[in-house]
Design a protein around this ligand. Structure first.
Ligand SMILES: NC(=O)c1ccc[n+]([C@@H]2O[C@H](COP(=O)([O-])OP(=O)(O)OC[C@H]3O[C@@H](n4cnc5c(N)ncnc54)[C@H](O)[C@@H]3O)[C@@H](O)[C@H]2O)c1
Length: 262
């Protein structure tokens, strides 16, 4: 199966680093003209250098997904410079918070505004282009936290559960326009957001014990999924949430298979 994204125009938000950067890199490498949006300009400068060094088509734009004007500007740039929008990856996200009793209102708002409202605003900005083409792919970053949340992660988990519901509604609304909308749930991927691989050995063991595959995820694992979902091969998948967590709690005691491995 060959994934060919030539002639496709993709937008990836929060793609200055981490998982988004890996997604944008993979899409570009598979031939898509890839517009990288992030609110941190210094990250975008580095992306620009990488794109130039590899001869990839695309552009970089500073924008904050919490602001509707910025989201419209991202979509307008893609239209103006490349003539269409085929793929939107709503990757931009933040985490953090505290137990509900101690959580600052600002932490709640940050999770909701970036993770959930940002996904809404950016999707809204690309819908007219995708409708006029009668095709499109919208891919939203949810999280395993939307499936089984963590203590202290109420704001994050609620925002990501919201992303799943939003995805299903939008899939229903855009089905008649041949636009698919899906989300994905990464588990534990070491990035600037989550320094899993830098925790003490005991904590790492405890976390890895929850996984059937017993390894941290790699941003590239998510990038591979996105390329598939963005391709023609995934044309009959919509409204889905794909678990890409390495089998987190696929069984009640994933570790047991390792202790009795034969
Ligand atoms: N790392 C994990 O284990 C994990 C697990 C589940 C889900 N996710 C989700 O995957 C996505 C990427 O996570 P990551 O680990 O690469 O995080 P990261 O912090 O390394 O990268 C997030 C990127 O989003 C950008 N960003 C943040 N707020 C923004 C805003 N308002 N507007 C535009 N850009 C903004 C940041 O500048 C950064 O480049 C997030 O949605 C996250 O919730 C990550």
């Amino acid at each position: 199966m060959l994934i060919d994204l030539k002639d496709r125009v993709a937008i990836v938000t929060g793609a200055g680093r981490g998982i988004g950067r890996a997604i944008a890199r993979k899409l570009a490498n598979e031939g898509a003209t890839t517009l990288v949006a992030d609110f941190q300009q210094e990250l975008l400068d580095d992306v620009a250098a990488e794109w130039a060094a590899n001869g990839w088509r695309g552009a970089q734009i500073q924008g904050d997904v919490r602001r509707s004007e910025d989201c419209k500007a991202v979509a307008e740039l893609a239209e103006r410079q490349f003539g269409r929008i085929d793929i939107l990856v709503n990757n931009a996200g933040v985490a953090g918070g505290a137990r509900v009793e101690e959580m600052a209102e600002a932490a709640w708002d940050a999770n909701m505004d970036v993770n959930l409202k940002g996904t809404f605003l950016m999707s809204q900005a690309v819908i007219p282009s995708m409708k006029s083409q009668n095709s499109g792919r919208i891919l939203n970053a949810a999280s395993f936290a939307a499936i089984v949340p963590s203590i202290g992660g109420a704001a994050y988990a609620a925002s990501k559960a919201g992303v799943e519901s939003f995805t299903r509604v939008l899939a229903g609304e855009l089905g008649p326009h041949n636009i698919t909308v899906n989300c994905y749930a990464p588990g534990m991927i070491p990035t600037e957001m989550n320094h899993f691989a830098e925790r003490d050995a005991e904590t790492q063991d405890m976390l890895l014990d929850t996984l059937s595959l017993r390894r941290w995820g790699d941003p590239e694992d998510v990038a591979n999924l996105i390329c598939f979902l963005a391709s023609d091969h995934a044309g009959y998948i919509t409204g889905a949430m794909i678990d890409i967590s390495g089998g987190k709690f696929a069984t009640q005691q994933p570790w047991a298979a390792y202790r009795s491995k034969r």
